[in-house]
Design a binder for this molecule. Structure first.
Ligand code: GDP
Length: 298
């Protein structure tokens, strides 16, 4: 399947690495654990989370729960599922429209993710409206319109340079009037001048809070798995500044750095709600910890 295919590089790095380490080993000793620790760090799991997993293994070994190196693979698999299994369901609200604000730096796959989400919701029977909140670049507004036309969903937009919060607020009002179920709002993601970006995003959240539906209901941060450890830092920063409720981790295909998902969830406490693993429209799925880890370890 596409997920398993997309995860193949991360799988050979992480699971192939575990297999190589335990091969021919008779017992789980300090040497083995050191190699395992090094592997986890180079597989982008993150230092803190790596230490946590190694401590857990050590503890299980000392209590004789874990003896044979061949049991290690399954023990690590279970531990990863445990770390990744935090509640990641979308917020339940009684009002409509449901408003999803999508944030993240340019180039992470934000626009593609919005298109994939819109199509997924539409296929599930919901009526979707897109808000062109990245008013900083005319190209971003045009690109969203192209996706809207292609998927067959309306796009609310204004001219380049207009106030992003106003555009998204209008989109919510418009969706309310038309009876749309879901609004997905794009936002700017210029990397330079982060301070202004965060202020703009904060303002959007504040203005939407005054809308009839007390939006946004979800703030999804799009991050690129290929950025490895930087992804964890980005997630922490956006969480602090704009109250991210979920992560969309993109570009899991074609990278061996997919292990970063474990560090992101463990270190930030933000659930991964969707994953992107290819350029095709179907290559976005709600994140399921067990399916994901199974696909890695199969
Ligand atoms: P934005 O600047 O954040 O809006 O990024 P775009 O949505 O324009 O995406 C940037 C590039 O990343 C495009 O070429 C996308 O096709 C590509 N892309 C987005 N998501 C994925 C993914 O999950 N896997 C791969 N391989 N490419 C992706």
């Amino acid at each position: 399947n596409r997920l398993k295919e997309g995860l193949s590089k991360t799988s050979s790095k992480l699971v192939g690495g575990i297999e190589a380490i335990i091969l021919g080993r008779k017992k789980i000793d300090d040497d083995l654990l050191e190699e395992l620790e090094e592997l986890f760090i180079t597989a982008d799991i993150g230092v803190n989370t790596t230490i946590k997993i190694i401590e857990k293994v050590k503890n299980d070994v000392s209590r004789n729960i874990l003896k044979d190196p061949v049991e290690l693979k399954n023990a690590i698999k279970d531990e990863l599922i445990k770390i990744l299994s935090i509640d990641n369901s979308l917020k339940k609200v009684d009002t409509s429209p449901f408003v999803i604000l999508v944030v993240g730096v340019n180039g992470t796959g934000k626009t593609t993710t919005i298109a994939k989400l819109a199509r997924m919701f539409k296929n599930n029977g919901f009526s979707v409206l897109l808000a062109a909140g990245d008013t900083f670049r005319a190209a971003a507004i045009d690109q969203l319109q192209v996706w809207g036309d292609r998927i067959g969903v309306p796009v609310v937009k204004q001219s380049e340079g207009s106030d992003s919060a106003a555009v998204i607020y209008d989109a919510v009002e418009s969706a309310k009037a038309r009876g749309n179920d879901i609004v997905i709002a794009d936002t700017a993601g210029r990397l330079h001048n982060k301070f202004n970006l965060m202020n703009e995003l904060k303002k959007i959240v504040k203005v939407l809070g005054k809308s009839v539906v007390d939006a946004p209901h979800e703030v999804l941060l799009v991050i690129d798995a290929t950025s490895g450890q930087n992804a964890i830092e980005q997630a922490k920063r956006f969480k602090e500044d704009v109250g991210v409720t979920g992560i969309v981790l993109t570009k899991l295909d074609g990278t061996a750095k997919g292990g970063v998902i474990v560090g992101i969830v463990d270190e930030t406490g933000i659930p991964v709600k969707f994953i992107g693993f290819g350029e095709k429209m179907d290559d976005l799925k709600p994140f399921d910890a067990k399916l994901f880890v199974d696909a890695l370890f199969e």
